[in-house]
Write a protein that binds this ligand. Structure first.
Ligand code: NDP
Length: 459
């Protein structure tokens, strides 16, 4: 049967665009539908604007640090409107590039909502027409989750709105202790807001190595962020110009903004996946095999909508593997192991591989090397911030199975370390690599002593 298109892609985010471009460049007829803006979450309301906001928020501390080096900075001030304007112009530029690159590769891009009708048919809602395609790729990403059991939840905002604040709040309450909550706590605090975080657990960043969690938690508090642990929001109410969040432990916190950053839901609602018989998991994510194929052979899914590893570069690589397999005759599946990742906290976190707990569970005996130190730069600034470095080694063959850094440039450092970990480097390989002095990263190759918990040290 002849279809209108070889490939119909729903969503022009990082993953969808990579898959569409590669497929179109083979000569395939590709149609991409995007209901919001090309570039998706990463470009429009995620990684890119977030990182610009992190940069903006770091300058305050830089001014403080400069004093330690003899610089005088007088009359420095932050113009929020000017920054927002420049940031959004940059987002517009990047979104335009995404759309242009798609078209330059030969794909068609339509500004429309797409809903699946059956295994080979998609309806374009605005245009009011249906088109058929040999293959359909769902790359719709995710959207902020909001709890349904919190009274007054409509008074809170999500990360989406944080990129359009007309001013920096005096006080902000941030609910959640994951990536987004921790990143915005640093951003808001750096830009002058008083921040109160509300987390369900004892420490932030569940899923990360325990030492990383403790370190980030302590650094947040040291920078003046109030953290209310082991509490959940129950009710939000308006109190004059502010909002008060009532908590399960009887406490409450007030702010002129309340941000909920409590996870993201895969964007599958209303897509018609049920009509085509595509299987979803209990979180509403599309279930796929290692080739990103769903339970319907002609329908594929990549990126956050599959809830595998919700990171932009992973969506890109899944999109690339899909196009290589389906259109370039190069069967490829993306290896989700040892993907480096970062939390742009202040100081930032960079991680590759397993946490100590995960490694113990998987391999039994592991050796730990870790160090905490004050970076050289801060000897003159007076800043008490500490760096954490931790290496997790599988004892049976000394292979490095996890590296964790919290400190300046941790994401930059971990990207390079990830190459060594992916190559299967051993602790001995780290040790025989010569240090680069003076640097923070040199500590990674100079840790000689295995960590022995104090209770196991001989007296
Ligand atoms: P996360 O899954 O990282 O964290 C969610 C947080 O919300 C957890 O602390 C969780 O607590 C808490 N939580 C969940 N439900 C509730 C509730 N009902 N009431 C109170 N607290 C609740 O989600 P994020 O929203 O921060 O980020 C979503 C995803 O986006 C990340 O997992 C990541 O994949 C991606 N991302 C990546 C970034 C990066 O690469 N730098 C940056 C931003 C996002 P608990 O621990 O108790 O479950």
């Amino acid at each position: 049967m002849a279809y209108d298109y070889d490939l119909f892609v729903i969503g022009a985010g990082s993953g969808g665009v990579r898959a569409s471009r590669l497929a179109a460049m083979t000569g395939a007829k590709v149609l991409v539908a995007e209901e919001y803006r090309a570039g998706g979450t990463c470009v429009v309301r995620g990684c890119i604007p977030k990182k610009y906001m992190v940069y903006a928020s770091e300058f305050g501390r830089t001014f403080e640090h400069m004093k330690g080096y003899g610089w005088k900075v007088e009359g420095a001030s932050y113009d929020h409107n000017m920054f927002m304007d420049k940031m959004h112009r940059e987002i517009d530029r990047l979104s335009g590039i995404y759309a242009r690159n798609l078209r330059n590769a030969g794909a068609e891009l339509v500004d429309d909502r797409a809903e699946i009708v059956d295994a080979h048919t998609v309806r374009l809602v605005k245009a009011g027409r249906t088109v058929t395609a040999d293959k359909i790729l769902v790359a719709t990403g995710g959207s902020p989750a909001m709890p349904k059991d919190v009274e007054g939840i409509e008074l809170a905002v999500t990360s989406n709105e944080m990129f359009h604040l007309d001013k920096i709040p005096e006080h902000i309450v941030i609910v959640g202790g994951g990536y987004i909550a921790v990143e915005f706590a640093g951003i808001m605090s750096g830009l002058g807001a008083k921040v109160c975080m509300v987390i369900r657990k004892e420490t932030v960043l569940r899923g990360f190595d325990e030492d990383v969690r403790t370190h980030v938690h302590e650094e947040l508090k040291r920078k003046g962020v109030k953290v209310i642990s082991s509490a959940s929001p129950v009710r939000i109410e308006k109190e004059g110009e502010k909002f008060r969040v009532h908590l399960s432990n009887g406490e409450s916190a007030a702010g002129d903004k309340v941000l909920f950053a409590v996870g993201r839901d895969p964007h599958t609602k209303g897509l018609g996946l049920d009509k085509a018989g595509v299987k979803l998991d209990e979180h509403g994510a599309v279930v796929v095999d290692e080739n990103s194929r769903t339970s319907v052979p002609s329908i594929f899914a990549i990126g956050d909508v599959t809830n595998r590893l919700n990171l932009t570069p992973v969506a890109i690589r899944e999109g690339q593997a899909f196009a290589q397999t389906q259109f370039m005759n190069r069967p490829t599946s993306f290896d989700h192991a040892d993907v480096p990742h970062a939390v742009f906290a202040q100081p930032p976190v960079g991680v590759v591989g397993l946490s100590e707990a995960e490694a113990r569970k998987k391999y039994g005996v592991v050796d730990i090397y870790k160090t905490r130190f004050r970076p050289m730069k801060d000897m003159l600034t007076g800043d008490e911030e500490r760096v954490l470095m931790k290496i997790v080694v599988r004892a049976e063959d000394e292979r490095v199975v996890g590296v964790h850094i919290v400190g300046p440039d941790a994401p930059e450092i971990i990207q390079a370390v990830a190459i060594a970990v992916k190559l299967g480097a051993s602790k001995a390989d780290f040790d025989r690599t010569c240090a680069l002095h003076p640097s923070i990263a040199e500590e990674l190759v100079t840790m000689r002593e295995k960590f022995v918990p104090p209770e196991l040290k001989p007296v």
